[in-house]
Design a binder for this molecule. Structure first.
Ligand code: BGC
Length: 865
């Protein structure tokens, strides 16, 4: 096989992305077909750059050394609207590889003065909420012949979909997504060259309430969080063959009129009257009766920024696996899989027919169980104009497995109602399988909970009146997420919002973007462990998996400010007592009505996290070449560790509260005073697990750590006992009880078949799915030990009833994989190491060094001694 360069990537963008915001995007590439021992010593980057209206400028830049992941931009700064192509070739001492395929991208609008579009919306009083009819906006314009290239730069106060000459622009959903709008408003860029024509054209914008003024938050929540009026910001730039550019931008030449969307809300759903569609409203010559000039709105002052992550899209379509007719046009549909998305209908019926769609995650007695949705109505309605129509709500999204369709005209036929799965369109990177179908289903549930909750921001849940960027949930889950999908662009964007709001509130809010909802508006702004730790732990976790030092650097001030707030909140004794804490949230022993009343003292949890975060910040500082900071944070970590041990650990190795979480934190964070105490303490942890027959008694704080704490301290079998336990509370309990996603509570569905009556009863919360990270690293045995998978450790640890496990991950260097089989006392392992990385294989009998390529080894298992 010949040496070749593949997958040239620009930042974390999908190939071909237009409208990026980086002026010096970092480049990554992969190498295939290299001989054993190959080392990249020389690189040539062929860069071809084109400004609109100018001819391309091509040059080749030479680089030296082995770097191939997030390599600094080798050219001059890019400018707004510049299109570019990158190809790479590499060599060791010998012949050059062939040039890679060229990867293309294009810069968006980088500077405020690139924008001449203004926010425009309907004039007049928007009326009282909670739900108002959103306006549509339009204008007509003429173009000369000879269109070379056209771009639409689009954002909104609210959510927006564009149409040009009767055709939808792009396939993105809920543009511009949710950022901390007061600080950063994202825009999307579309190639609209093919939608335009010489002569008369028309452009129109659909608007919806979205996060801007729709309902947000629990306990009744808030509306109009960012404003009570919608607006579109659209800048269409059309370049002619002769190089001249026409700009059609939102300004006072647009008009606003009513549309068929009577209301649209992320929680409550969409009501749509097809009789109000106004056929041809985005075609030239439309008689825009009832339309009136728009007004220009205040721009709100936020910076318009390009996305770093992927947009929301329909990524899959599900057919129902079962349809039950309930009579009189009412049906219950089961899509077989809990997910986030919306229904798509093909309906045919008389004018005025009202079809209602309701959604839920579970059924009780064959009907939708909507209690867990709390106040979210999750209901869409379509009124038919008469005749056949295809329809899907535009600006809402639901979390469900089941739907009720009522008012259906005639019989529901296969294909009439399907479900569109919607989430951020991230690339899948990681897979796992084993000899146990239940464990595999658990893993699949983790994947689906990730998919259901990476909806532009990392949310807690996709269904009820919440769907917020809860910090603790993603802190627990980020390591798992980064193995399974390319989440760095999305999380990098969200972390920027976190840093902006941290400055605004002088606090890491419990969810980002933050809204002042009771009780948080009244509580003291104390640093909340596990949740606020996201500011420090998550950038480092992402760096370790992706090698993105830029992200680590960008978040460093935020991480430091977080730790400073914890230090200030703790007493001089370094114990975090007396602060507002959520603690080991949803420990199954806590009463359903108060998830904070866990077995483990909340201040113990907070102090353990204080010690760990100080330690992790020292490592962060080291990666960023700040040795003085590293020494200072290590010293702080030592002090807190000592204070923790003195306060919470007795010489016989008992940790206060004698709970799985207390031991897991102490072990995973390295808080034992000495090895002898550690041995006694971890033996006690294993004893607790055995006494519970593997049942789990950890919440959000302990769950991501407990299996690692066991397997890392010589109690591998106890960890497997937890993994394979089938009784509540356990991971497989949910699998055996029909779970297709990870539940918020260990017993969201109770053993007696009833739905847990507690307020926190979602069936799609990824936090407790954090065990998958342990499944990848320990069960299958694949782990990054140098940032960005530059060095890989393969250390499979078979246990429990498993006879086989495998995992693979598309690392920044290429695919790394492991597969093992256990039979007749022999463990046989196959691994793959991508070019550019090195690996260690540890099969319990010492470590062997591996270069790139495939390798096979076997040992007697269990290892002697
Ligand atoms: C959310 C959680 C979150 C918690 C903290 C809940 O309502 O769904 O996942 O972390 O509140 O208070």
């Amino acid at each position: 096989m010949a040496l070749e360069v593949t997958r040239v990537r620009i930042e974390h963008h999908a190939p071909g992305r237009i409208g990026i915001g980086e002026t010096r995007p970092r480049l990554s590439w992969q190498i295939a077909g290299a001989e054993p021992g190959f080392v990249q010593r020389e690189v040539e980057v062929r860069l071809s750059r084109t400004m609109p209206g100018e001819s391309p400028v091509t040059g080749v830049i030479a680089l030296e050394g082995p770097d191939q992941v997030l390599v600094p931009w080798p050219g001059e700064d890019l400018r707004s609207r510049e299109a570019f192509e990158v190809a790479v070739r590499v060599r060791d001492a010998g012949a050059w590889s062939a040039w890679s395929d060229a990867t293309v991208a294009e810069v968006g609008l980088l500077r405020a003065d690139d924008w001449s579009a203004r926010p425009v919306g309907a004039a007049g009083d928007p009326g009282a909420g909670p739900h108002r009819r959103p306006e549509r906006l339009r204008r007509e314009f003429a173009l000369p012949a000879g269109i070379r290239r056209a771009r639409a730069y689009v954002t909104a106060h609210g959510v927006i979909e564009l149409e040009i000459n009767g055709q939808r622009v792009g396939d993105e959903i809920l543009t511009p997504g949710w950022t901390s709008y007061r600080h950063r408003l994202r825009y999307a860029t579309f190639d609209v060259t093919d939608l335009l024509r010489a002569g008369d054209n028309a452009i129109g914008a659909w608007l919806g309430d979205g996060w801007w003024r729709g309902r947000l938050g629990f306990g009744g929540g808030l509306k109009d969080v960012y404003g009570d009026r919608l607006a579109a910001i659209v800048q269409l730039e059309v370049e002619a063959e002769d190089g001249t550019v026409a700009r059609i931008v939102t300004d006072d030449s647009w008009s606003a009129g009513p549309g068929p969307i009577l209301m649209s809300d992320l929680y409550d759903g969409e009501r749509y009257d097809a009789r109000e569609e106004g056929d041809g409203w985005t075609l030239p010559g439309y008689a825009a009766e009832g339309w009136a000039p728009v007004t220009i709105r205040d721009d709100g002052g936020a910076a318009l920024v390009a996305p770093t992550g992927p947009p929301l899209r329909v990524v899959e379509t599900l057919d129902p696996v079962a349809v039950e007719a309930k009579g009189e046009g009412r049906y219950i549909l089961d899509f077989g899989q809990n997910h986030s998305g919306r229904l798509r209908l093909r309906a045919d019926g008389p004018e005025g027919t009202l079809i209602r769609l309701r959604h839920a995650e579970v059924l009780v007695d064959g009907e939708l169980c909507t209690e867990p949705l709390r106040t979210a109505e999750v209901t869409d309605e379509l009124t038919l104009a008469g005749g056949s129509t295809e329809w899907t709500p535009r600006f809402t999204i639901h979390g469900y497995r089941y739907a009720e369709v009522s008012g259906w005209p005639g019989d529901l036929a296969p294909g009439d109602v399907v479900s569109e799965v919607i989430h951020s369109d991230m690339e899948r990177l990681g897979w796992f399988e084993s000899s146990d179908p239940l464990v595999d289903r658990l893993h699949e549930n983790v994947v689906w909970s990730l998919r259901g909750n990476f909806v532009d921001i990392p949310t807690d849940c996709p269904q009820r009146d919440e769907r917020l960027g809860w910090t603790g949930d993603i802190q627990a889950f980020a390591p798992t997420a980064s193995f399974l999908y390319d989440v760095t662009g999305l999380l990098g964007s969200w972390l920027q919002d976190l840093a902006a709001e941290q400055i605004e509130y002088d606090w890491v809010p419990p969810y980002v973007p933050y809204l002042e909802i009771p009780p948080f508006d009244k509580l003291p702004r104390d640093p909340m462990a596990v949740w606020g730790d996201v500011a420090l732990l998550t950038p480092l976790a992402l760096f370790e998996r992706t090698g993105d030092r830029g992200l680590l650097e960008r978040q460093y001030a935020s991480a430091q400010a977080w730790l400073a707030s914890v230090e200030a909140g703790a007493g001089p004794d370094r114990i975090c007592a007396g602060t507002e804490q959520l603690g080991d949230w949803l420990d199954p022993n806590a009463p359903p009505e108060d998830p904070t009343r866990a077995m483990t003292d909340r201040y113990l949890v907070a102090t353990a996290y204080f010690a760990w975060s100080a330690r992790r910040l020292a490592r962060t500082a080291e990666h960023l070449d700040r040795p003085d900071d590293a020494a200072r944070y290590d010293a702080l970590a030592d002090e807190v560790t000592e204070a923790y041990a003195a306060r919470y650990i007795t010489p016989d190795g008992r940790v206060q509260d004698d709970s799985q979480t207390a031991y897991a934190l102490t072990e995973a964070f390295g808080l034992w005073p000495d090895e002898a105490t550690r041995e006694r303490g971890t033996a006690r942890m294993a004893e607790l697990v055995d006494a519970a027959d593997g049942r789990v008694s950890t919440g959000f704080a302990g769950t991501p750590l407990v299996t690692d704490a066991l397997s890392g301290s010589g109690h591998l079998e106890a960890a497997y006992r937890m993994l394979e336990c089938q009784e509540a509370p356990s991971w497989l309990y949910a699998v055996l009880n029909g779970g297709t996603t990870i539940w918020e509570r260990w017993d969201s569905l109770r053993p007696d078949g009833t739905v847990n009556a507690g307020d926190m009863t979602s069936f799609n919360h990824y936090a407790l799915g954090a065990i998958a990270d342990w499944m990848h690293r320990v069960v299958a045995g694949i782990e990054a030990v140098e940032p960005g998978w530059h060095r890989i450790r393969f250390a499979p640890r078979p246990g429990g009833s498993l006879t086989h496990a495998a995992a693979r991950h598309l690392t920044p260097y290429g695919e790394a994989s492991i597969s093992w089989e256990l039979s007749d006392g022999t463990l046989a392992v196959d691994v793959t190491v991508p070019v550019g990385a090195t690996a260690l294989l540890d099969m319990g009998d010492g470590e062997r060094e591996l270069g790139h390529g495939t390798h096979r080894a076997s040992v007697a298992w269990p290892p002697a001694g």
